[in-house]
Write a protein that binds this ligand. Sequence first.
Ligand code: ADP
Length: 294
Amino acid sequence: MSDSDLLIKGDLIKSRWRITHKIGGGGFGQIYQAYDKLRRELVAVKVESNSQVRQGIRMEVTVLRRIQNRKHVCELLSGGTSTLYNYMVITLLGSSLSELRRNLFEQCFTLSTTLRISLQILDAIESIHSIGFLHRDIKPSNFAIGKKNLRQIFILDFGLARKYTDYDQHVRPARIEAGFRGTIRYASINAHNNRELGRHDDLWSFFYMLIEFLIGCLPWSKIKDKESVGHIKETYDYNRFLTYLPEEFDKFLEHIKELHYEDKPDYEFLRSLFISSIQRLGYHDDDPYDWEKS
Ligand code: ADP
C-alpha cells in the first residue's frame, strides 16, 4: 500500500462492496476492483481524496446519473462521500482503446476496426452532448471495452465534463477566457488557446484519435510542450492525413472545421460517413475486432 492509497484490500464500502485490489489511477482518482456481495460480481470503485483541489467525482456522478441506460455508458451503482474520500461504484470494464492499440502489431487498428468503433465512439459522444454536457477529455484511454462483451465500447471519466446548456436548454454564453482542460495530445486548437469549448471540440479530439488509430501516432506525439503542440496543430496541413483515410473523411474534416462554439454538430451526417465507408469497403458488423483475432 502506498501512502496515497485511499483504500486497501478488504475495505468494505456501504457493507456491500469489498475491495480486492487497485487497478489504476495516480492521476486524480484511484480505481480499485471490488466484489459486489449482493450481485456476486466484480465492479470498479473510483475514489479521490475529499481534500484534494481537483474534485472530479462529484461531477462524474452528476453526469453518470443523468446518462444511465445508454448503450455506451457504464452503470452507476452508487456514488457518495465519506469522511476521507468521494467515491463511485461502477461497472468493471476491460482494456482501454489505448492499451488495445498499443498491444497490436505496428500499434495500429485496421480500417475495419477503426470505422466500426468510430460509430460507437460517436454515439457515446452524442449521448453526453444530448444531456447538455461536454466531455472535454476525449482520448483513447477514456474508452474501454466491456469485461464480458469485448465488442462494446464504453466512455469513461467525466471528471472534466462541463454543462454547456442553461436551464432552458440554450447554449450558455461563452466565457472570454477559460482555463486549459484536457490532454495535450488530443486537445483541440480552441483548448490550446484557452477558449470556451463547444461540442465540436470533443469531435476534434475524436478526429485526432482516429488518425492515431490508423497511423499509430500523431505528428506531435513526442512533443510535451503545450504551446509547441498547439502551434503544430494550427499550422499542420490536415489534408495530409486524408491520404490515409477513406474519402468520406474529407467531409468529416470539412464539417468539424465549419462548426463554431454554439453549433450543434450533425451527428447523423457524421454517422452516415462511417456507414458509407464501411459498406463501400465491404466490412461487416460481425467481423472480429483487431483484439479478438489471435
Ligand atoms: P482519472 O480521472 O484519474 O483519469 P479514469 O476514470 O480515466 O481516472 O481512470 C483511469 C484508468 O483506470 C483508466 O484509463 C482505466 O484503465 C481504469 N479504469 C477506469 N474506470 C474503469 C472501470 N470502470 N473498469 C476498469 N478499469 C477502469
